[in-house]
Design a protein around this ligand. Structure first.
Ligand code: DAU
Length: 337
């Protein structure tokens, strides 16, 4: 199998690349990644040199360069993970989100159609459904009601993927997952931000009242779900991937403090994110029944190991925090902490 993965130097992408090279060492994997602020080749330092792993630094929205890489590598399947992902950044400037998430997806779909790719898996998010009410849990038939620029571009991409299935007969599968966590996550996201700020005795910013709920899925469990969708997902189908591990943000932040043996005195309730979705909740019984998807233990059982990873890999996140992130943090949190 020749597989083309987009965004393989990102957090989820790099975990997916490693999973493929481990589970399917015979597959040839081409990783297309632009190495934006969120992409980082160090995440895959352990697989560089693998004879079945190839890296191409390309903008997925660059039609000519994507055409070239499809022509040279002739992929049987494509797993499209590349995206701009951070909600707060999309509120500050949505242009890069339209570029990568919408135009980039369209370029990939056109290339898949032209090159008669056998299967295209599009990695999406629970955010496209918008917030769930207190008793609600969305299945794959729920309408898409995104409420921030990031999720609006992901919903647009999902619609484009389905349209290419219907119009061109492209074999597509969409996965929609809940919040991921794990090693090598960019420190702009809640968990790594709180873990690393806590280690540095810096304030821990809680948006609003901190009672928003997210469902925490371990990144490797998510990647196993994507692989199952690639191997077993049916054409034109959507599969929700959730952990069944919903927690209020404040509980997660307090659990990090406890795990690091710190008090809660650095917790700061700050100005809320505009149009902040209160709760996401997915019903993933379809993926469990049809793909054999089964998430592992809950976040509390993994927090010790996770915090240990950030303690042992200080240099990795310290260099990120010392770079572009510094300006972003200053700007994004200027009215907050
Ligand atoms: O639900 C899946 C989505 O999860 C993905 O599609 C997105 O790409 C990913 O960024 C993530 O979105 P969230 O907005 O849920 O993740 P984030 O880590 O930014 O925030 C998690 C929750 O914590 C959210 O309710 C906002 C809150 N938060 C976040 C930050 C960064 C805070 O209270 N303080 C913070 O400083």
């Amino acid at each position: 199998m020749k597989l083309l993965v987009t965004g393989g130097c990102g957090f989820i992408g790099s975990n997916f690349v490693r999973l493929i090279l481990t589970e399917h060492p015979q597959w040839q994997l081409t990783n297309v990644d632009l190495l934006t602020y969120a992409g980082n080749r160090e995440r895959l330092a352990d697989v560089e040199g693998n004879r079945n792993y190839f890296f191409e630094r390309i903008d997925i929205a660059d039609k000519d360069r994507m055409e070239d890489v499809f022509a040279r590598t002739r992929p049987d399947a494509v797993v499209h993970i590349a995206a701009e992902t951070h909600v707060d950044r999309s509120i500050m400037d949505s242009a890069p989100f339209l570029h990568s998430n919408v135009i980039g997806t369209q370029v990939i779909l056109d290339a898949c159609t032209r090159h008669k790719v056998n299967k295209m898996v599009h990695v999406s998010t629970d955010e496209v459904y918008g917030p769930a009410g207190p008793e609600e849990s969305f299945d794959e038939n729920a309408p898409l009601k995104p409420r921030n620029p990031y999720s609006a571009t992901k919903a647009a991409a999902d619609h484009l993927v389905m349209a290419h299935h219907l119009v061109n007969g492209l074999n597509v599968v969409i996965t929609r997952s809940t919040n991921n966590y794990g090693p090598h996550q960019h420190p702009e996201k809640l968990l790594p931000l709180v873990i690393t700020n806590c280690m540095e005795n810096q304030p821990l910013p809680v948006y609003g009242d901190g009672m928003q709920q997210r469902d925490w899925l371990y990144v490797e469990d998510h990647c196993r779900g994507i692989l199952a969708a690639l191997e077993k997902g049916k054409a034109g189908e959507v599969y929700n991937l959730s952990a069944g591990c919903e927690r209020p943000n404040l509980d997660i932040i307090k659990a990090v403090c406890r795990t690091l043996g710190k008090g809660e005195d650095k917790i700061r309730f700050v100005k809320d994110r505009p149009s902040h979705d209160r709760r996401y909740s997915l019903d993933s019984s379809k993926a469990e029944n049809e793909l054999g998807f089964k998430p592992g233990p809950p976040i509390e059982e993994r927090l010790g190991q996770l915090v240990g990873w950030y303690e042992q890999n200080r240099q990795w996140w310290e260099s990120i925090k010392a770079g572009e992130f510094k300006d972003y943090y200053k700007e994004a949190y200027k009215d907050r902490v």
